[in-house]
Design a protein around this ligand. Structure first.
Ligand SMILES: *[C@@H]1O[C@H](CO)[C@@H](O)[C@H](O)[C@H]1NC(C)=O
Length: 329
């Protein structure tokens, strides 16, 4: 007990010091507290890159996907399969590359957050998870050659530091066509490039492109009276990869990533129905520690707009504005 208090005080104290002094202090502490192995002790306070044989528990990922993601049976299934397979593969031949597609508010960002959290406790804030926003990081068309250079350097630098780095590219539909091809070599089946192996890294692309195609298929199912849950990956995967390849505004327009089959999974996010929006609202209320009042749930859901014009089945913005709408109540 006393030891724990002393250690806590020490950790609080080293928080204020420079990295070198921190590692010295922590090194000293580990010697003092003989039975604590240094790496484990050190990594309890400073985020460390997980060793190659570290396998996060897929059950936690499955639980998160089940409890926090609504109306996305395909995404749930594909993400779980892809990640579990990749994590348990002791010798992957290429990095894992996922391309997430669907309208805004259907859960793409949320899923990348869940993936990050399943790999790193700090989630998106982890040192080893990198999020790129097209409009923020690569806004100017005339700077594309510079961005390509930068991006390659960043990825090389980060993967050399930690093989299990995660790179998330949001707003792919706003990415200048061609920019993404700069990272193609890293996604390919090479053992290593200039001494760096990229085979344990994970790349995730998020895009609205293909949302219209996905909606069309979902609507066809609905019109013919079939359950949404009967939509299978094969109903969408081909449409999606072709559609995205031929869409000038997809970020993957005529991209060699598709040509060369470097994207392992196209993950479709279906448009959300009224009942899913209500699920999001309930989950949000619970996460705020509030009692779930069904009247408020109905009210908030009633404020959302739905499409197509006649049928009014799918929420325009998915669950995206649920949080701000709830603030009013
Ligand atoms: C890692 O990526 C970030 C961008 O997310 C970049 O700012 C940083 O310089 C990169 N680190 C290295 C060592 O290249």
């Amino acid at each position: 007990m006393q030891l724990a208090v002393a250690l806590a005080a020490l950790v609080a104290a080293v928080g204020a010091l420079e990295p070198v002094s921190v590692s010295l202090a922590i090194g000293a502490a580990s010697v003092l507290s003989g039975y604590l192995a240094k790496p484990r002790f050190y990594c309890a306070f400073v985020e460390c890159c997980p060793p190659d044989d570290h396998r996060p528990d897929p059950a936690a990922l499955q639980q998160s996907l089940n409890e926090r993601l609504f109306g996305q049976h395909l995404a749930q299934e594909v993400i779980l399969k892809a990640l579990t397979g990749f994590i348990h593969n002791s010798n992957p031949k290429k990095p894992l590359v996922l391309s997430l597609h669907g309208w805004a508010g259907t859960g793409k960002n949320f899923v990348s957050q869940i993936i990050a959290e399943s790999l790193y406790p700090a989630g998106l804030k982890s040192t080893f998870v990198h999020l790129f926003l097209s409009t923020l990081h690569f806004p100017h068309e005339h700077l594309v050659p510079l961005y390509k250079d930068q991006l390659q350097k960043w990825i090389r630098g980060n993967v050399s530091t930690c093989a299990k780095s995660v790179f998330i590219f949001d707003e792919m539909d706003k990415l200048h066509p061609g920019l993404i091809d700069a990272i193609k070599p890293f996604l390919d089946y090479y053992e290593q490039i200039d001494g760096v192996s990229y085979r344990r890294a994970i790349f995730i692309f998020l895009s609205n492109a293909g949302g219209d195609l996905i909606t069309r298929v979902a609507l066809e199912f609905w019109k013919s009276g079939r359950e949404r849950e009967q939509i299978q990956l094969k109903d969408l995967e081909m449409v999606l990869s072709l559609g995205v390849f031929n869409n000038r505004n997809s970020g993957l327009w005529h991209s060699s990533l598709i040509d060369r089959n470097l994207i392992d999974y196209f993950v479709p996010f279906l448009p959300l129905e009224y009942k899913h929006v209500k699920m999001c609202i309930r989950a949000e209320m619970k996460s705020r520690g509030n009692f779930v009042d069904e009247e408020i749930v109905e009210n908030v859901a009633g404020e959302m707009t739905f499409f197509p014009k006649d049928e009014k089945i799918y929420s325009d913005k998915g669950c995206k504005t649920v949080q701000t709408k709830l603030d009013f109540y």
